[in-house]
Design a protein around this ligand. Sequence first.
Ligand SMILES: Cc1ncc(COP(=O)(O)O)c(C=O)c1O
Length: 378
Amino acid sequence: MKDVSIEVHGCHEYDRTGAISEPIYLSATYRHPALGESTGYDYGRVANPTRDKLEATLSALERGERCWALSSGMAAINLVFHLLPAGSRILLSEDLYGGTVRLGEIYEMYGIEAVYIDTADAKAVEKAMTPDTKMLFIETPSNPMMRVTDIRKMADIAHKNGALLVCDNTFLSPHIQKPLTFGADIVLHSATKYLGGHNDLIAGALIVREKESAYAKRLELLIKSEGPNLTPLDSWLLLRSLKTLSLRVERQEENARRIADWLRTQAAITKVYYVGLPEHPGHELQKSQATGFGAMLSFKVKEHALVAKILSRIRLIAYAESLGGVESLLTFPLAQTHADMPKELLDRTGLDDCLMRLSVGIEDADDLIRDLDQAING
Ligand SMILES: Cc1ncc(COP(=O)(O)O)c(C=O)c1O
């Protein structure tokens, strides 16, 4: 079945009522037929029928064998960090969501060393691997500088060195990129973003390539023991959102291309970072591992004073954190998503006080450009 059909129908099976919309099972616990017998559902933390449908749908979209729907993207990242043995090392893309860097600092207390590297440079990654490096963690395109990492090469390097490859696929969604098919072991999402798509829920997801692997069994145990699962109501909301995933991301990408083209003609903008632009250094690589370019873009204004001007003047576009929703959001990463990023990493990645990040929504592209025009040039 094609992805669009999976997104619309999920793994829905009709119950005796023939309900088209997936029923929401709120029950926290389940009646056992007899001693030693189970309907397959015992207790809501361990399994819930509505969440199960969502997990099966996300597994199918990412081409994984098992998914866990979780309370947030950070819950998903925290769980993969839990796979690291004490005293081990994790290598991460140096340009990535600031919350992941903050989590890395927390794990230092438990003897885990987090090392940041430009994963778009495969040779540098190969050189940085050591016997105690147990995980390679990438975001591609990266946040907020939009660097593209070669997933196939990262999988080779990780596996040659006995490490797991984890890919945060939040920026593209499985509709555009499926890292497990290029050798990643685990894919994760802030489902708050494109999967949810309406800026109205916080959710996360973890999907594994092999459900019988040691890491998948460990994750199963961790999730059962720690209880970070998504609620039935939020699971249903996410199932509903997935029905329009293709329409949303395709329209968002169309708008992003128009906006990137317009931004690069503006005198007040010194650089546009959008993977869909042919001059982007990762453009060709992106075409080889994804079916599109997504709708996230960053740009640099010619002087810092313009940042405050633009943020106070935009009307249709909202000045807000987060991304991936139908509403376009503009943010200033240095003070928001990446506020806790160490200075050394900011300097290395070029994330400075002139950088702005735009998550393009599904509004009319001309209206979005008009809004940016009056904010930048007015
Ligand atoms: C790329 C990426 N990964 C993970 C997260 C964390 O997700 P959540 O906010 O759902 O916990 C975010 C949040 O902005 C993100 O942008």
